[in-house]
Design a protein around this ligand. Sequence first.
Ligand code: F6R
Length: 612
Amino acid sequence: MCGIVGYTGPREAYPIIIKGLKRLEYRGYDSTGVALQSSTGLKVYKKKGKVAELEESIVGKDLHANVGIGHTRWATHGEPSDRNAHPHQSASGKLAMIHNGIIENYTQLKKELVSKGYEFSSDTDTEVLLNFIEEIKKNNECSLEEAVRVALKRVTGAYVILLLDEDNPDTIIAARKGSPLVIGVGKGEHFLGSDASPMLEYTKEVVYVNDYELAIIKPDELILKNLGNEKITPYVQKLDLELAAIEKGGYEHFMLKEIFEQPQTIFDCLRGRLDAEAGTITMSGIQQYADQIINANRIVMVACGTSWHAGLIAEYIFEELCRINVEVEYASEFRYRNPVINKGDVIIAISQSGETADTLVAIDNAKEKGAIILGVVNVVGSSIARTSHGGAYTHAGPEIGVASTKAFTAQLAVLTMIALKVGYMKGTISQERYMHLLKELNEIPEKVAWTLKQSDAVKAIAEKYKDARDFLYLGRGYNFPVALEGALKLKEISYIHAEGYPAAEMKHGPIALVDKDLPVVFVATKDTYHEKVVSNMQEIKARKGMVISVITEGDEVSTELSNDVMIVPEADEILAPMLSVIPLQLLSYYIGVAKGCDVDKPRNLAKSVTVE
Ligand code: F6R
């Protein structure tokens, strides 16, 4: 949540910062602001709304500077408004700061400052922390760096902060705990970002700042210290990311591009790991912990949102193929519930961003109690990836549309490979079934491509139902979590109320909602439960509900019962969710577009949820 950008060096800072903020808008878009430092002093421009709105509002202003910071906000403390937009300035006007995270004890700090006569011009925790830093600097007559260190020892919560000081015009002070910070190292210049996207065209050398580290950044110097003032040698890594990966590439929206990328992203995820002919799955980050997984009493999948849905599907797959007890937990509940974790429990953290605060804290807690932590993460070098003992990257490339699509299918591909590998090693899956599933998994990218060719039919269905007030999504077995995912996608993209439910459970309550105006989406591909799902369709039809079904090619019975169908190719039921989710992603996309919604940046949402 919230995107931060910074630059210090010989170039004009403003264009770098604005371009960087546009790339980070997926992290929040309630307000935008920049602080620029030049020989004429510190200039701050900020505005409620998206980056483009700020840009328009400051045409003709003095934007010349070689040092600057910028922020795109997802509001926590204080409504989205000009006055709550970052950067904030300290009481003296000499310091400017941007912040991503939450200062939990800000009320107490604010009280202390108010008693000393401070007044505040915003409702944010950020302005409180900034003035707290300035107060320490003034009282202790110390450097800004020292004041930041002292202040952060008093702070509880999560933060990445970037500060500019009028008295040290070429320097940016940065610190992190719990929110991401990447520093790009150029020749005589440094770049900062919540992720590496703002610096891609300038440098491939990056440093991922760790929790409780503070950085003093000048054009030709990067000093990293811990909060105890000891120097740390920055670990410079090579970035494996190209500019094209973060551009729309001719598509109208990132979401559509990412949906259509799935044949390639699933292929990339399998490549170098799955050899269907040799019957091998190579995953070194899993292999290392294979014994612990095989002997685990249980596996706990910890995740949020769409990643949690991937965990639910994986629960079915692991229990089927590995005969290990699996629990799937919302990270936000798991972290606070004092769960029973025994040494030897295996926790699988699933996360696209690798920065979701609840998931990160949940695995930190479990790690302390002796669990093995495996990460199934998309963003390389992210906090969850670094906290995990082992795991596997999903290699789906940057996912910029706020609604998760390609990350979900890549998570399913990775989790399926882990289950197959473990099941085979454990002997809970026969050689024949193992070889069959490997072959089928290898064919999934092609089948996804086939499914995407049906997009015009899905678009026509979207047009037909776009004005419905509610939707019900139903599925059984492996397709039950797909129904949940379909409903979540529709809610977030089109703001239509949607419920996902197990198809049979529907009789115990939600069936009361069914009337002639309610579209009911059945995820009804051919599997063990298919006949039962068909009976559930009959029950909806009998109550005049409108049935839209995701079906396997050639399923005449379901076609007959449905008002509209979305077709996927035949696949083993374990792998079917990677196909059946595709029409549901398309359906929500096309409904969202037809309703004029901003599908890449749905209201109130942000992609990387770094607050709890
Ligand atoms: C839904 C969506 C969210 C995320 C959730 C977890 O489309 O994107 O529900 O899945 O915020 O995020 P990650 O996977 O980054 O931990």
